[in-house]
Design a protein around this ligand. Structure first.
Ligand code: AMP
Length: 287
């Protein structure tokens, strides 16, 4: 696997990969890789396609009181994992390479970015849309792979890729989970043993609620029950909500694809998860 740390090296690496008309698939990450990231690499590996991963802990998508300084960084282990997964090129820019002095541009998506994580984390999706736009322009991929784990992020990326005519195929990959159902996340390592045990309440409560809503039970009552369960397990809830799977508008009609979304804090660790309402598909497809 070739590793590029500046734009010249990136262009050289890409030129070598593109020889013979190969397609380029991009998997953007913030590192501290786990099996969820590997699933994106696996999905991106297609005949005639070379896989580029990026690792960049993007400072502008973190709020002032968030975990930027303690976000896990494990470059050597990540490089090993990507090599084993069959990644062809790793883009590993520094903050100075991505945001040189004088940088003054923001990509801002309205609508789909405004509720849920957008409300709980002001400026977060501006930071995501800006850095992903830069990655797309730097690499020029034919396709890019994102996890359904970050469902609103996937919807935001689909929105600006369509709006700004990027012409890149955006592929959503189902959430990879530990054996007990907790969605894999680089942030799960912040949980102590007791918190990790309690955290499975999040996927369980969402699963129970999604099945009840699919059966036609009253959504408001079901969401209230889920909130009570999560609070009882020690979570402090940011939101538990039912949304249109594509636009993320709340109170969606029962005949449109719907998604249940939640964010909650266990101690200092903020966890997110989401699940499709059965029979419904969203921007990521079924799952
Ligand atoms: P991150 O490094 O957390 O920014 O994530 C990089 C990419 O991996 C994003 O597209 C995430 O949605 C995706 N991802 C993270 N965790 C998972 C998971 N458990 N299953 C599937 N994709 C994931």
């Amino acid at each position: 696997m070739h590793i590029a740390r500046d734009l010249n090296a990136l262009q050289d690496g890409l030129a070598a990969l593109r020889g013979g008309g190969q397609r380029i698939a991009l998997v953007p990450t913030m590192g501290a890789l786990h099996a969820g990231h590997v699933a994106l690499i696996e999905a991106a590996k297609r005949p005639g396609t070379k896989v580029v991963a990026s690792i960049f802990v993007n400072p502008i998508q973190f709020g002032p009181n968030e975990d930027l300084s303690r976000y896990p960084r494990r470059e050597m282990a990540d490089i090993r994992m990507l090599t084993e997964a069959g990644c062809d090129l790793l883009w590993l820019p520094s903050v100075e390479v991505m945001y040189p002095d004088g940088f003054a541009t923001t990509v801002k998506v309205t609508g789909v970015s405004e509720g849920f994580d957008g409300a709980a984390r002001p400026d977060h999706f501006d930071g995501v849309a800006t850095v992903v736009s830069k990655l797309f322009n730097q690499i020029g991929p034919d396709a890019a792979y994102f996890g359904e784990k970050d469902y609103q992020q996937l919807a935001v990326v689909r929105r600006f890729v369509a709006d700004l005519d990027f012409g890149i195929e955006i592929v959503g990959v189902p959430t990879q989970r530990d054996d007990d159902g907790l969605a894999m996340s680089s942030r799960n390592i912040y949980l102590d043993d007791e918190q990790r045990r309690q955290a499975i309440a999040l996927p369980r409560a969402l699963g129970v609620a999604a099945r009840a809503i699919a059966r036609g039970e009253d959504a408001d009552a079901v969401l209230d029950d889920a909130r009570t369960t999560l609070t009882g397990a020690g979570f402090v809830i940011d939101y538990v909500a039912l949304a249109d799977a594509e636009t993320l508008a709340e109170n969606p009609p029962a005949d449109c694809p719907r998604r249940l979304l939640a964010a909650a804090r266990m101690g200092a660790t903020r966890l997110i998860d989401n699940i499709a309402i059965e029979g419904a598909t969203g921007p990521g497809g079924a799952g």
